[in-house]
Write a protein that binds this ligand. Structure first.
Ligand SMILES: [Fe+2]
Length: 188
C-alpha cells in the first residue's frame, strides 16, 4: 500500500474537513501528512466545542470562524520546524504566526499559531483558550488550569460553569483513541 499523503490526511472520512482556506495553505506549503491529520483532529474537537458552547450560551463572545481557523492552522509552524512534530519545542509558534501573515492571513486569525500554548498568559482571550483546549482534548488530555480559565468565561455560578465544561470535555475526550489512531496513520 502506498504511504498515505497530505491529500488523504485532509480528505479521509472520519473527521470534519478543514476550512478550505486552511486546506489550501497546507497544500501550498506541502505540509507533512501527520501535520494535516493533527490539524483535522484538533479542528474537529474545536468544532464540537464551539457548537456545544454556542448552543448553551449564544451570547458568549467568541467568533466561531476564527476559532475554527485557529484550530485548523495552530501548528502550521511545524512545516518549518518538523522536529517539533515528534518532539517538544516552541519554535513553531511565532514561526507559524509569521508564516501565516506572509501568506496574507490577517493577524487576528494568524495569532492562534503563536498563542495556542500560552493559555496562562493574561492576554489569552476566550477564542485563544478554546483553541488551546481543543489542542489538549483531542488526545484526551485534561489540563485543570486551562479548563478553569475557560470556565471563568462561561458566566453563571462558577460550580455550574465548571460542571458544564467538565461534561463537555469528558464527552469529547471519549473520542480520543479514534483521533489518535487517525493521526498516527499518517507519516511525519
Ligand atoms: Fe497541536
Amino acid at each position: 500500500m502506498a504511504t498515505p499523503g497530505l491529500e488523504q490526511a485532509l480528505t479521509r472520512p472520519g473527521l470534519r474537513p478543514l476550512p478550505s482556506a486552511a486546506a489550501e495553505l497546507l497544500h501550498d506549503l506541502d505540509a507533512p501528512p501527520r501535520l494535516g491529520a493533527h490539524l483535522r483532529a484538533v479542528h474537529d474537537v474545536a468544532w464540537s466545542v464551539t457548537d456545544r458552547l454556542g448552543r448553551r450560551a449564544p451570547d458568549l463572545p467568541f467568533d466561531t470562524t476564527a476559532v475554527l481557523f485557529g484550530a485548523a492552522t495552530h501548528d502550521i509552524g511545524k512545516v518549518l520546524h518538523p522536529e517539533e512534530l515528534s518532539g517538544p519545542g516552541h519554535r513553531h509558534e511565532a514561526a507559524g504566526r509569521d508564516l501565516l501573515i506572509r501568506y496574507g492571513v490577517p493577524s487576528y486569525l494568524a495569532r492562534f499559531a503563536a498563542t495556542h500554548a500560552a493559555w496562562e498568559s493574561d492576554e489569552a482571550g476566550l477564542e485563544d483558550l478554546l483553541v488551546s483546549l481543543a489542542d489538549k482534548v483531542w488526545k484526551g488530555a485534561r489540563v485543570e488550569s486551562l479548563e478553569a480559565r475557560v470556565a471563568e468565561h462561561l458566566g453563571g455560578a462558577p460550580w455550574e460553569a465548571f460542571l458544564v465544561l467538565d461534561d463537555l470535555v469528558q464527552d469529547l475526550a471519549g473520542g480520543a483513541d479514534e483521533r489518535l489512531a487517525f493521526q498516527a496513520a499518517f507519516p511525519i
